[in-house]
Design a protein around this ligand. Structure first.
Ligand SMILES: [Fe+2]
Ligand SMILES: [Fe+2]
Length: 401
């Protein structure tokens, strides 16, 4: 019987082990980006992070669909403390540029290298579904690296980035197959990460703390329209709440993370939609004061309450106003505004549905046994009392927790 030599270096057991490692890295990156999104000040970076974390959610989904075909349960820890340590440490970056440099100049390039190598080394036909996943993941990942080249061009390599590089070397690279160095000591600049309860903005913005509620009777249609798109340009606040809820709910199932990553990305797109509308009409969105008080107010509550305030308060209640807008824009022949509002409403319908779908489990995962309907009713009342009224109180007893 003839035994032919194998060229492929990735057998099925290795394949599973590597897929678990990639899945872990992509998943932890989503969580890290979500945790940091409100804390990052530069608006362009925040806008990009919504997209980046959603793309990584697509990658986890691709890997999950493959992993569930080859192992049960589909999600498993990587069984390598050094890799877990790398991703745990990445969170504690000294600042936003260091964080992104660690992810996009160290971890992601190594991940791209691993995917590229792996696709040459697995059995092409028997493992074709894995190759399909890699092909699509790599399109995004290579694009992300190009984004980072530009976004981080002015950021010199510092001790944090070198530390992340050493941590990666301590786990034998993304595949774990390279020779390992001893675990490095963290640099002095390491800052223990805490979930941000205030939303950071860069130096171009001023901060507004009162809140304009809906349309005002004295407004002309032009003022009403301008007000609507100005408020779209502030929807980073909703993205920041989605990001915080995702980060603060580590026990929720993968499908929740997947939906919430999309929700977060949508809100950054709505923010961009407002920015684009303002630019096309000759306005500079950075001149508008940012109302970060809304985030500070929402984030004092536990994640189920934040999620309910957003999905069943803001998002469920905005439709009459949007329908009125749409009618107004269509009547006036304003196709741009009508198109933007139509796309936004399609997203918002999904967001309200996410609220309905996930609140029962979110409550449970945070140890709240209250009947769901009762919880929603109480929280919507809270929304009327504290948000709709424009009061946005910050409660000392909640913020000291
Ligand atoms: Fe939105
Ligand atoms: Fe929304």
């Amino acid at each position: 019987m003839e035994i032919v030599p194998l060229n492929e270096q990735v057998d099925m057991a290795t394949n599973k082990r590597l897929l678990n490692r990639y899945r872990f890295i992509e998943y932890e990156t989503i969580r890290i980006l979500a945790g940091w999104l409100p804390a990052v000040a530069r608006m362009e970076l925040k806008l990009a992070m919504g997209r980046l974390l959603w793309e990584d959610a697509q990658h986890v989904q691709h890997l999950y669909l493959r992993l569930r075909e080859v192992q049960t349960p589909a999600f498993r820890p990587p069984d390598d403390p050094a890799l877990e340590h790398l991703m745990a440490e990445t969170l504690h970056a000294p600042g936003e540029m260091d964080l992104l440099a660690g992810i996009y100049r160290v971890i992601k390039p190594a991940l791209v290298k691993a995917y590229t190598w792996h696709r040459e080394q697995t059995f092409a036909n028997p493992d074709a579904p894995t190759l399909y996943a890699f092909k699509h993941i790599l399109l995004d990942e290579e694009d992300q690296l190009r984004w980072a080249d530009e976004a981080l061009a002015d950021h010199p390599v510092g001790e944090w980035e070198r530390y992340i590089g050493d941590l990666l070397a301590a786990t034998g690279g993304v595949t774990g197959l390279d020779s390992r160095i001893p675990t490095p000591q963290p640099p002095a600049g390491r800052r223990v990460f805490q979930a941000p309860k205030t939303a950071a903005r860069d130096e171009r913005f001023s901060i507004q703390s009162d809140r304009r509620v809906g349309s005002l009777p004295s407004q002309t249609p032009a003022e009403r329209r301008l007000g609507e798109f100005e408020s779209y340009s502030q929807e980073m606040l909703a993205a920041e709440t989605c990001a915080l809820v995702l980060y603060e709910s580590p026990k929720m199932p993968w499908e929740f993370v997947y939906d919430t990553a999309r929700h977060c990305y949508d809100e950054t797109r709505h923010c961009l939609l407002g920015i684009e509308w303002l630019e096309r009409h000759g306005y500079d969105y950075t001149k508008l004061p940012q109302n970060t008080r809304i985030y500070a107010w929402r984030s004092q509550y536990d994640p189920p309450t934040q999620y309910c305030l957003l999905t069943r308060g803001n998002e469920a209640h905005v439709f009459p106003f949007r329908h009125e807008s749409l009618a107004l824009y269509e009547k006036g022949g304003d196709r741009l505004s009508a198109q933007f509002v139509s796309y936004d409403m399609a997203d918002e319908r999904q967001h309200v549905a996410y609220g309905t779908k996930w609140l029962p489990q979110l409550l449970k995962s945070h140890g709240n046994d209250q009947p769901v309907d009762e919880f929603i009713e109480e929280t919507v009342n809270l929304w009327y009392e504290e948000y709709r009224s424009g009061k946005l109180p910050l409660h000392a007893h909640l913020r000291s927790n």
